[in-house]
Each structure stands twice: as C-alpha cells, then as structure tokens.
Design a protein around this ligand. Structure first.
Ligand code: SF4
Ligand code: SF4
Length: 126
C-alpha cells in the first residue's frame, strides 16, 4: 500500500490501453487519492506485485506465507495480494508496508496504472 507515495507498474500493454482510454494524468487534473481508502492496485492482477530489483535481504523480510509459490512475487489469491488488509475502496492497508516490494513503492496515486486499477474497481478517477 503506497500510503506515502505509491506502487504499481503493470506493463506496457495496459499503459497503452490507459492512454487510449484517456486514463492519463495528461488528460487533465487528477485527484490526490487516499490509498488507505482504496487498495485497488493491490487487487488488480495476479502478476502484480512481482519482485524486481530487491536484494535477498529485502525479500527475506517478507513472510514466506505471503510469497507466490514460484517466488516471482507476492502471493495473489481471491483477487488480491495476500498482504492486503481490509476492503478495497473502503479501508485498506499493506500488511508488510515496511517490506513491500519495489514496484509497490514506485506507483504514484493518480498515475496511469493507479487509474487503471481504480477504474477496474469502479472507483472515482478524478
Ligand atoms: S505488498 Fe502491500 S502494497 Fe504491495 S500489492 Fe501487496 S498489499 Fe499492496
Ligand atoms: S490504486 Fe492508486 S489510489 Fe489506490 S491504492 Fe493504488 S496507488 Fe493508491
């Protein structure tokens, strides 16, 4: 959960889709969303969040029970990251906030990936 800044990085295909759909900060002013009442990007895709540039010591801080069987990223079950706490669109938190993967830290509220995830959950885009 990017309570301070953000996370995400879904992939170029979705970014293209976002651009075509006008889901881009360039399309106009975007609200500053409250991640703690959202959580949409933590409940968007099974390949999110994946591990990328983490050092072994960083990965060791993530409980094994929350890691995907193939060790590629966080476990994703029932449509959401296993570390996500709470109800999407209401009140959410990251259960491993201090140890969350790098992609989770990279997403910014209001960026294209954020807007895709929020749209998928029917949450406001502005
Ligand atoms: S690790 Fe935390 S911030 Fe990252 S997707 Fe899971 S719940 Fe969200
Ligand atoms: S989708 Fe956007 S607003 Fe919602 S938790 Fe992720 S970064 Fe924050």
């Amino acid at each position: 959960m990017p309570q301070d800044t953000g996370r995400t990085a879904f992939g170029p295909g979705l970014l293209d889709l976002a651009a075509h759909a006008g889901l881009s900060p360039d399309a106009g002013p975007v609200a500053v969303f409250d991640c703690q009442s959202c959580g949409a990007c933590c409940a968007y895709a099974a390949d999110w969040p994946r591990f990328s540039t983490e050092e072994d010591a960083e990965l060791d801080r993530i409980p094994e029970a929350l890691v995907a069987a193939d060790l590629s990223g966080m476990k994703f079950e029932n449509g959401r990251c296993a570390a996500l706490i709470g109800d999407v669109g209401k009140h959410t938190a990251c259960g491993i906030y201090d140890a969350r993967p790098h992609v989770c830290r990279a997403c910014m509220p209001g960026d294209p990936e954020c807007l895709i995830a929020r749209a998928a959950h029917g949450l406001a885009l502005r």
